[in-house]
Design a protein around this ligand. Structure first.
Ligand code: ZN
Length: 360
């Protein structure tokens, strides 16, 4: 599976097949288990078609070098130095009701500083929850309950720096009546999980999770990406997000939902914004950095800037929202080597990495 993950992560078009007779005879044939498909490999070699047998090398950059060498050239979205920024929780109830997590509002200076600091190197995604739940369990728009938060978000969106993405509808267990009656409702974080809350032994149905995504979309627009509240989700969450037309799923990695089979990334780390790992961009792949509105409420308005600066010192050259990553993946690249030159016939509207860059 690592080959499939690596190709999906790098934005290299591929088809994963489980039977040799589904091979369409085009492109590089990768057979991860050596000797698995002798007839297909013999046929490919007889047609002078490139073949790679065996598992990928340990490092993604080495694996992609194998593909490039076999094909003669490789064209893919240039994902080097891309820092995908993910701010969680604005609009949701957790920071108000869950006592161990509660925090004051984010000061308006911190919002203004964030839009301006991120704007210097790109954009970010705000994973928000558009519905508020009152203490009696009643629903109302988060805009009505937290007008200052939404005024700040509107500014970020209007400036083009921020996109809104799906972080559940309420960030709360869908059974709001039980929450309203529960003695531990202000203490237990398990109540503040929406897609597959840990209180539920069996994962909620695809349809019920689709309703959550659909309610989010009715309030905020289509979205490209979902991050499940508290990172609590299951296979039905993935399917629900696919059915609602989302393209990416952010968890410890990034899942590409719109491929024929949802495919998790290899080599895209998801890190707290305040914890920059060693040489995060060494493999040329994007890295996700996340934080919460709580961090901006409890720290100085310079907090985000200080950490973004550390990421820049570690090699980040561009900040992307998830929508930008979805765009890089959204158009399959069609390229070939013609008379020793790389010809690109179709590509997404993002910078491309063409290797070798000189004449093949
Ligand atoms: Zn959250």
């Amino acid at each position: 599976m690592r080959w499939v993950s690596l190709l999906a992560t790098a934005g290299v078009p591929h088809a994963a097949i489980d039977r040799a007779d589904r091979d369409d005879g085009e492109g590089l044939l990768v057979v991860p288990c050596p000797g698995a498909w002798p007839a297909a490999v013999a046929r490919a070699r007889a047609d002078a078609r490139p073949v790679v047998e065996g598992p990928p090398p340990a490092r993604p950059s080495e694996a992609l070098a194998v593909v490039q060498s076999a094909l003669g050239a490789l064209v893919r979205p240039d994902l080097r130095g891309v820092l995908v920024l993910r701010l969680d929780d604005p609009g949701g109830v957790t920071g108000t009701y869950l006592r161990p997590w509660a925090h004051p509002p984010v000061p308006s200076e911190a919002w203004a500083a964030l839009w301006s600091n991120v704007g210097e190197i790109g954009r970010l995604s705000v994973f928000c929850s558009p519905a508020w739940v009152d203490e009696d369990g009643a629903l109302r728009p988060s805009r009505a309950a937290q007008p200052d938060v939404w005024a700040a978000l509107d500014q970020g969106v209007a400036s083009g720096v921020a996109d809104l993405e799906c972080h559940g509808f309420t960030h709360l267990h869908p059974d709001r009546a039980s929450w309203a009656r529960a003695p531990d409702r202000f203490e237990s974080k398990d109540w503040y999980r929406e897609m597959w809350p840990p209180r539920e032994r069996v994962e909620p149905s695809v349809e019920s999770q689709e309703e959550i995504v659909s309610a989010w979309q009715a309030a905020c627009g289509r979205a490209t990406t979902i991050a499940a509240p508290g990172d609590r989700w299951g296979p039905n969450t993935i399917e629900a997000a696919r059915r609602q037309g989302l393209q990416l799923f952010s968890s410890s990695g990034v899942c590409r939902l719109s491929l024929p089979v949802p495919t998790w990334s290899e080599g895209i780390g998801t890190h707290p914004l305040s914890e920059v790992p060693e040489r995060p961009f060494a493999e040329g792949l994007p890295q996700v950095a996340f934080w919460h509105d709580r961090d901006m409420a409890l720290n100085s308005p310079r907090w985000a800037r200080e950490h973004i600066t550390r990421w820049r010192e570690a090699g980040a050259t561009r900040a992307w929202a998830f929508a930008d990553l979805a765009k890089a993946y959204g158009t399959e690249i069609d390229a070939s080597v013609v008379d020793g030159q790389v010809v690109v016939r179709q590509a997404p509207d993002v910078p491309l990495l063409i290797e070798p860059s000189a004449t093949a």
